[in-house]
Every structure is written in structure tokens, then in C-alpha cells.
Design a protein around this ligand. Sequence first.
Ligand code: MTE
Ligand code: LUZ
Ligand code: MOS
Length: 765
Amino acid sequence: MKNIDSVGHVRGESIYLDDIPVRTGTLYALVYDAPCAHARIKNVDYSKAEALPGVVRILTHQDIPGENEIGNIFQDEPLLAENEIHFWGMSIALIIAESEYIARQAKKLISIELDELPVITDPREARTKNSLIAPPRTFKMGDAESAWSACEYIFEGTADTNGQEHLYIESQGAYAYPTEHGSIRISSSTQGPTQVQKAVARVLDIPMHKVEVDVTRLGGGFGGKEDQATAWGVLVALAAQILKRPVKYSLHRMDDMRMTGKRHPYSSDYKIGLSKDLKILAYEATFHQNAGASADLSPAVLERTLFHATNMYFVPNVEVTAYSCRTHLPPNTAFRGFGGPQGMFVIEAAISRAANELGIAAREIQARNILQEGDEFPYGQKTEKCEAQKVWDTTLEAYNIEQIEQEIATFNSENKHYKKGVAIMPVCFGISFTNTPMNNARALVHIYQDGSVGISTGGVEMGQGLNTKMVQVAMAEFSIPAHRIKIETTNTTRVANTSPSAASATADLNGKALEQACRALKKRLIETAAKHLQSNSSDISIEDEFVFNKNKKMDIGWEKLVQLAFLNRVCLSENGHYSTPVIHFDKAKEKGHPFAYHVYGNSITVVTVDCLRGRYEVDAVKLVHDFGKKMNTPIDDGQIEGGVVQGIGWMTMEELLYNDKGRLLSNALSTYKIPDIYSVPKDLIIKNLDAEGHPLAIRQSKAVGEPPLMYGIGAYFAIQNAVKAFNPNYDLKFDAPFTPEKVLMGLYENVEKGSLVDAVLKHES
Ligand code: MTE
Ligand code: LUZ
Ligand code: MOS
């Protein structure tokens, strides 16, 4: 089934936040944000700005009727700065004007006096200074300490990954207007409407029932709108409440890039120990997460780093510790993979280091340590329906890894200035919010008198195809075609207390809630038909829009059936609720069963490096993915393609740069390079693993949103192998992204007289 939104997107008919027709009297908001990263505020002079015609009001923390607090996990994040600035771009005041242009003019008229304070941008420095968001966490299994003595080989090192700008196509924004009885309605580009609702209630000091949040769709979220859409929703609500007028804010790209948090950069240490036959006997890692200035979702992201620290491998002795380090960067936040990719990069780095030292291909180590059925993860959960070995084997066979390696060897021996490299990147990703209580959802279904169906769920469509999957669920349950079904906006008054659309679990959680609602309605319809036909409910079914009695088609179509029910005063609305069974986690012991199931996959990445220029191209990413019983091929394959390219971008070209004063230098698309059509692998092949799926996945179709991003990690190691093929003296470094500059440096380091590298440098042909 095609994505139901695709035609609207292509024609420009889909209604994003900035397409909502503007109401009469609408005012425009603009944040006045901090011009440095850490300082005490001595004085801010708004007088000139306030005097500008068209400026309606400038709001500061003093205008907040409730709490000046939007922190979710921890209460450490003011909406508007009070006496101190914690990061460059922190909101200090909100300018409200008759037009956006006037607001921008006014912003230039504000002046500030500051006492600058020392700035920390590096997480290791933050740890040394004990600047932590929360106490460190450690996951432990077996006894790494005593396992070292049994290891034949031990390797240690560091591995760093940089952050990543979400670059959702639609920037952050919100639009609020006051309604009756002191209530407020907010349209928000958020993955978490309830988060916005809760924060508005707290800041405005009104009950949640007076705050309605509505979301039509997002032009991408990628985690950047899980928690960080909240501030903008609260700001417009604050202004609308105080001024009793509609207030809108749609961020400019550079403002969005400067003021919002990103994927967390990590700086990590690893130690890996192997037996003579390449079994990983012990693994230790210490992760330093650059959390930025406040907690945001950092503690949850940190947790997922630990959950995925051993990726798709079984390691009997593990000790991994993670520090969430408070720095003076914008608070970093959820980003596709949610800390998982940062953890996986480190063990892949450790394996790559070991393979390099031992003079073998990394895959020889990888292959010896694949998770098996019943193996235990360091957090206590055991694999069940484990597809790891199967997905590993299928990938290597289906794409003939030996032949790929042979072709690369031949190419490299025949080409002096171009070298190819290959890497294998397996992925094992746990599905569920790691915070167990969040794993619940609701859906509200109305069947109207004409047989058409309206569905509301707590899930937000952000391009991932949720709405289409929800239509498919209802079609299957009712046995009716798509045109009878409409997916409504996500609205806190129709579906309350939602978890954000995140953790790749949106279709599972909301789809299962929707199934519950549809099944309850269908039961009532079947009872109606049974009564009408004087038959038994157990003999009645609905197939292809018709009632069947004892497998015989009756002259009762869907519309007639709905009419019958309505005339019999049967309730045609239902609210479904779902909470994931089985899962639990004990943070005191750091053990439990946090995930409903795992998604498995494996990929082969081949790159070509231009050894004169340091540039590279991704020739191919060939993968086998465990979709379970895939319910929508175009959507799920689209998720894989997007995820792979986004992962390659993170690993190879997207380079966030802050100066030592904490100012973002890569603050626009001219200085922050993202993948374009030329960065897409020339060959991207997706094969479905032949698998049963999992009963906790919606219609056995496993979650697909985040896992494919981690295939992109393969690009880092493939480039590394190509660099090594050119320059055998290259010292392995694990410091993503592997930008062309870094590649060039690697190609020409430690040059030996008489070597190929030396010859190239001397222009010898
Ligand atoms: N795909 C598109 N097109 N746009 C997005 O914003 N977000 C990703 C992924 N795929 C995203 C996307 C992230 S971070 C998550 S958690 C999942 O989609 C969320 O949707 P799901 O739970 O329905 O998979
Ligand atoms: N968000 C969250 C997530 O709050 N908890 C999670 O476990 C999670 N995992 C992935 C992405 N977002
Ligand atoms: Mo995705 S990082 O769970 O929004």
C-alpha cells in the first residue's frame, strides 16, 4: 500500500505548522537568545526594542505565572534565563510583535551586560570537574576483572563520535491561541503532544485540561522534536495567555541550529580481550556523554548506550560505565538510535583495532561472537527468537563476501590512486522505551452512521508512515477498504497522556491500541448481525465489507451493518488501550527484561577512496534486515534507505564544530555538510530476512524506524580499510566523522621513504 500522505506531500497540499491559515490578530514571537555560553547576567536593556513601533511586549522569566521550568526527567531547565546563561543560544526573553520582521528589528536593539564565566565544551573535562547530570551508571555481567588473565590478546584505546544536527526539513515551531475559560489551544510541530501540554500547564500554572495540543504532521522529527519542541509550544502559549491573542513562532533555520540540542557527542575508552580463537572474553568501556547544559533526555539516552554496548555479540564478561557530563553546549537530545549508535561504534572500534593488530579482517572476530538463542545481554534479558546468526550468515552468503573481498583486492592491486575498502556492520536494537512505564498507548475509533471510520491515536506522523500503517491495521480488523478510513490529527483532548512518538515503537504501541478498539467494535457489530439473522455470533464474520453467516455471504454490506447497529442503539465508538506485556527493568540491579523484542540486521558497505584528494564515495550498502512479517514494503524500505544515508552522514561528513567559547561554528548548511544525492550509496540493496516476526510487533511487522541508521557505521570502517590499503603506516583512529580532511591526513601520515605514499607525494607516476 502506498503512503497515504505521499500525494499531498508532492502536491504541496499537506498542512504543516506554517501552512495553518493565520488568524486575524496573530502576533509573532522571536526569542532573544544568549550571545555567549556561560555568564552571569548583569543587566539587559529592552527599552529601545520596546519602543519600536509594532513591538507589543517583551516577556522575560518575571512574566511567568507558574514555574520557569521545562525539564522533563530532571527539573534543571529554565524556559527563560534568570540570572545565568548556560549555553550559547539559551532563551533569555521573548519578543512579541505585529510581524516577524519587526520582531527581528527589535532583537537588534536589545543590549546585554554580562560577567563571562569559564566554559566547558568537552565531556572529559566536565567529568574531571565533577560536572555531571546524574551519578554514573554501570552495566555488569560476569567478571571482566578476572577474565583479563584468561585473554590471549588485550587491546585498549579511545573512540569518539561527534554529534549530529537533526535537520528535520520543517524547523521547530508552534502556534497558540486563547480559547474560552482561560484555556489555550496549541498547534505544535512536536513528537510529544503530551510533553507540550504538561509543560504549558506547569509554566502557565493552569491544569492540563485547559491545554489542548494538536499535531497534524511533522516535516521530520528524528528525535529532535521528542522533547525539544516543548519550549516553543510553551513560549507561544505564554504569550497568547498573557496578551489574549494568537501567537505564532516558526524558527528560521539558523536560529534552530543555534538554539536546539543535537545528537550527543561521546568520548569513550574501551578495553577488549580475546581468546586465541578470537572469542571476546571480556569487554570494558567508559562512555563520556556530552549532555550539554541541562538534562533533557540525556539520562535515558545514556541508558540506551549501555543497553547496546555489545551490539549483536555475546560477551561473557562485560563492565560498561557511562557518565552524563554537563557542559555549556545546548542540551543534547534524542536522535534516531538514542545513544545506541554511540555505544555500538565503540565495540566496533575495539574489534577493528583488534583485527588490525592481529592482521585479520574484522569479520573474523565478528563472526566468532554472534549472539545465539538464549544468550544473555549484560542487562539480564535473554535472546528469544534470535535472528542474529541467521542474519549474519544470510548476508555473507547472499552477497558473497568472499567475492566482494576478492574484487576489492584485485581493484586495489590494479589502482594506485583509488583504493576500496569493505566493512560489515551488524545491528541488534531493542524495541521498547527503556523506561518501562512509557510503553503504553491509546486509540479512539468512531464508526460514523454512513460506515466511514475516524481514527485518533497518540502517535504522530513525522514522515515514517505511521498513518498508513494505522489505516492498514483498521482495514485488516474491519475488512474494509482504505477509502472508508480517516486518520485524524493527534490531539490531547481525544487521546490523553500519550508517550512521545519515539523509540521506533509508535506503530507497535498505537497499532495494538487501535487493534483493541477495532476488535471491541467488531464484536458489537457481529453481535448485531447475529441478532438480526437470528444466528450465533460465532457463526458470523465480516469479510470484504460483507457479513457472512456460516461462511455464506449475506445481503448485509458494511454500511447496512453499521446502520443496523446504530438503529439498535449500539455504541459505535471505542477507546482502545495497550500496554506492552512482559517488560520490566530494575535500575537498582541494572537487570531486567526491558525490550519487547530485538530487531536484527547485517550490512556490507563498500567504499572507494580517492587517495589524491581524500574524497570517497560509497559504492554499495548491501544488507539483510529482519522486518519480521513486513506490513508495508515501500514505507519500511524507505525507512531503511533514509536511515542508512542519515547514518553515513553522521559517520562521514556531518561535522558539528563549537569553538572553545561554546559558539556553534557549523551553524548553517554552508558550514555543516549533510548527505546529498551524491552521498547516497550507488547501490543500496535491501533483502528481507525470512523471519516470523514477533507477537509484540504490530501484525508481526517489526519496528523499523531507528535500527537502519546504525548500518551507516559501516562506512567509517570501510573508509578506514581503504585508507589502510593505500597507507599501511596509517594509525587507526576512531574519531567520527571521517571527513575528507581526516581521510587525507590519514593517507599521508607516517610516510616511509620508497613507499607508494612517498611516490605519490613526489609525483612519481
Ligand atoms: N522517518 C522520517 N521520515 N522522519 C522522521 O522524523 N524519525 C525516526 C524514524 N524514522 C523519522 C523517521 C525516529 S528517531 C524514530 S524514533 C521513528 O521514526 C519514529 O517513528 P516510529 O516509532 O513509528 O518508527
Ligand atoms: N525515547 C525515550 C527514546 O524516551 N526512551 C527510549 O528508550 C527511546 N529510545 C529510542 C528513541 N527514543
Ligand atoms: Mo526517535 S530518537 O525515538 O525520536
